[in-house]
Design a protein around this ligand. Structure first.
Ligand code: 3UK
Length: 512
């Protein structure tokens, strides 16, 4: 089912998500709660306008990319919407990556300016001389190192009045990088109308979000999931968002819930699992949401028993902006991803793209107007994913007679670990550089909570002892070389690896 947005010919998402709230009388309403501060919509508007004017002052123009490497704080909405308001295109970068990843993101996107949190600067510093297009670095939340501009001096003297750039619903709006099992991450180009579509469909019809809601997303704003939860869903109705700059662990999350009493809480399965092992309450929360990877039925049931609140699982993707199949409050089927969200259509197809009967497993295709336009400068990948109206999710799914969808697995080797992509190929390429490793293979294995984590099978070079110390060393090696969540939780030493006649690794044989 398609939902008609009827947006005007001239449309700027920053005007829609920020300025409209002031026009509709919500200027004094709290938009953001962060650390000890509250920011009204009028304050967010003034800050956004200052950022927009300051970007213009540095020569940033329409369609230029503005890279954001930011923790969740009030600087996120100001920078994100400040860029969009002048027609520039923010890129929300994952803060958990390593310097070499930032080198790629910044050169691939040709961003002219980076707005970075002081706490993350050390991950950028090693690559700063290798950037071919970056001209300016703005540092927020701390001291500006030599060669950078502090946020305060960036906006000093900038006006808090700004006319929105007269762009269209189909102009580029923001990018997110999405990773695959092979090749570099893909800059996923989203348009001005995409956030509106997700807010009108999932936001209003599944969450039933309203002005009096307070959202808290443990999943960060740089994820497509967190960006909706913590920014454009609440801003679509003039609600409030709690932004937490620190790492989302059970203690920080329970403390934030107790302090700000959100009504909607958004997490990922791994975090729900670890929150069940710690003390804490959920007073005030009316609904919990899970996405990123399948929520085990056991976690759903234990959460319901302990907190008396339902977790609704839904599947979304970076390419579709947000969730397109979801359980509905009060109607959740544990272990299922739920039903198609109104506004989207789903097909389950065979390898020839023919629809297959109910109950059988096939590839999930999704249609809906929050889909990305293309991957930046990746023509072949764009063609194999964006199939006209349909997006190929590369997920294996089956649907039952009642229309509930069941996640079966990926059609490639990618793993979802704590809701974030891990490419087995990347972890293997890292392990192989360790002096002790001759060959290795990485697959997904399930932990005691039935959640997937990377496991490595390792063939050692002659002269290395297969002991626990070496297992520890190998884990540490990956942890410090790649983003930490990618490290193998288990290492198994083997004499050889299963291969095809042509020497291709048979990864599927190693899966438990
Ligand atoms: C997997 C799930 C089973 C699935 C996302 C909510 O995760 C998000 O986006 P990504 O691009 O990954 C997309 C892929 O992740 N997946 C996500 N949710 C579920 N598998 N059950 C689920 N509930 O393989 C999908 O193709 O990182 C999640 C909203 C926005 C998002 N971008």
């Amino acid at each position: 089912m398609h939902v008609e947005l009827n947006l005007p010919e001239t449309f700027n998402a920053a005007d829609y998500f920020v300025d409209r709230n002031i026009r509709e009388g919500r200027g004094q309403k709290t938009a953001i709660l962060c650390r000890d501060n509250a920011f009204t919509y009028a304050q967010v508007q003034a800050g956004m306008n200052k950022v927009g004017n300051a970007l213009k002052g540095l020569g940033i123009e329409m369609e230029n990319r503005v890279a954001l490497l930011l923790l969740d704080s009030e600087f996120y909405p100001l920078s994100f919407f400040g860029a969009i308001k002048i027609g520039a295109v923010p890129i929300c970068l994952n803060t958990l990556m390593q310097p070499k990843d930032y080198l790629y993101f910044l050169n691939d996107s040709r961003a002219k300016i980076l707005i970075i949190d002081e706490e993350l600067y050390s991950k950028f510093e090693p690559i700063k001389d290798k950037l071919r297009f970056l001209k300016h670095i703005i540092v927020v939340n701390g001291q500006a190192p030599a060669g950078t501009i502090s946020f305060d001096s960036f906006v000093a003297g900038a006006s808090d009045q700004l006319e929105a750039a007269p762009i269209t619903p189909d102009d580029a709006c923001f990018w997110l990088y999405s990773s695959g099992s092979t090749g570099q991450p893909k800059g996923t180009i989203h348009l001005q109308h995409d956030m509106v579509y997700a807010a009108e469909t999932y936001g209003k019809q599944v969450l039933g979000i309203q002005e009096h809601d307070i959202c808290f997303s443990a999943a960060k704003l740089f994820f497509a999931y967190g960006l909706g939860n913590g920014l454009y869903f609440p801003f679509s109705v003039g609600a409030t968002s709690v932004l937490m700059p620190v790492r989302p662990v059970p203690a920080s999350v329970y403390e934030t819930i107790a302090r700000y009493r959100p009504t909607l809480y958004f997490g990922v399965p791994t975090l729900y699992g670890s929150m069940l092992q710690e003390e804490g309450s959920l007073d005030g929360v009316r609904l919990c949401v899970s996405a990123g990877e399948a929520l085990p039925a056991d976690i759903f049931k234990r959460w319901q028993q302990r907190h008396g609140v339902e977790i609704i699982d839904g599947i979304g993707s970076t390419e579709l902006s947000h969730i397109f199949i979801s359980n509905l409050p009060g109607k959740a089927k544990p272990g299922s991803s739920g039903k198609v969200v109104p506004g989207y259509d789903a097909r389950i197809v065979d390898e020839n793209f023919q629809d297959i009967p109910v109950g059988e497993v096939g590839t999930l295709l999704i249609k809906g107007d929050s889909a990305a336009a293309a991957y930046w400068n990746k023509h072949q990948k764009t063609k194999s994913t964006m199939l006209g109206d349909w997006v190929n999710t590369d997920d294996k799914y089956a649907v039952d007679e009642e229309g509930y969808f069941y996640y079966i697995g990926r059609s490639n080797d990618m793993l979802k670990v704590g809701g974030i992509w891990v490419s087995p190929v990347e972890v293997e390429a890292c392990l192989i550089e360790h002096p002790a490793v001759l060959e290795c293979a990485v697959v997904g294995a399930t932990d005691d909570k039935n959640l997937v984590k990377p496991k490595a099978f390792v063939v050692l070079k002659r002269g290395y002892a297969p002991d626990d110390q070496l297992k520890k060393d190998l884990k540490e090696y990956v942890k410090k070389t790649l983003a930490h969540y990618k490290y193998p939780r288990w290492i198994e030493f083997v004499d050889d690896l299963p291969k095809t006649a042509t020497g291709k690794l048979k990864r599927f044989e190693l899966r438990a």
